[in-house]
Unconditional design. Structure first.
Length: 146
């Protein structure tokens, strides 16, 4: 079971990556189980801005680190407690249509919640499900070849 730790949010890069700090240590954390549009894609800035509305740099977040990716970023599930309510941010991003369910990281403990969130967004045809958008993983793959 991953250990959950409280971190201070420093910045939000895009819809699935944040920079956090705790005890003088700074980490870049990639959200486990979701993939948001790249900033240069349609809805990329909207995805980032929606994440900023959920997690402002003044927030502390609980992060359950589940691994590290090939870019040395920590992979984690992110939670915010506000007004006595815990929000699972990875799920919120899929439920709002601001990110896709992305099961590339096989060890996300709450992958089902992200899939359920995506199903809600699909049924409402919101965010990335409001049109025929290129998936971020396909977009990155097409850019690597150029």
């Amino acid at each position: 079971m991953p250990i959950s730790e409280q971190w201070q949010v420093l910045s939000i890069h895009d819809g699935d990556t944040i920079k956090v700090e705790k005890d003088g240590i700074t980490e870049k954390v990639r959200f486990c189980g979701i993939d948001a549009p790249e900033i240069s894609q349609p809805l990329g800035k909207e995805s980032r801005d929606y994440l900023r509305s959920l997690v402002s740099p003044t927030n502390k977040v609980q992060i359950s680190i589940v691994g590290t990716d090939k870019y040395s970023r920590k992979i984690g599930e992110i939670f915010v407690i506000a007004n006595g309510t815990e929000k699972f941010i990875n799920e919120e991003m899929t439920k709002s249509g601001m990110a896709y369910n992305y099961d590339r990281y096989k060890n996300c403990p709450n992958q089902v919640a992200m899939g359920n969130g995506e199903a809600i967004a699909k049924s409402k045809k919101i965010g990335v499900w409001s049109g025929n958008y290129e998936k971020p993983w396909d977009y990155r793959k097409s850019k690597r070849g150029k």
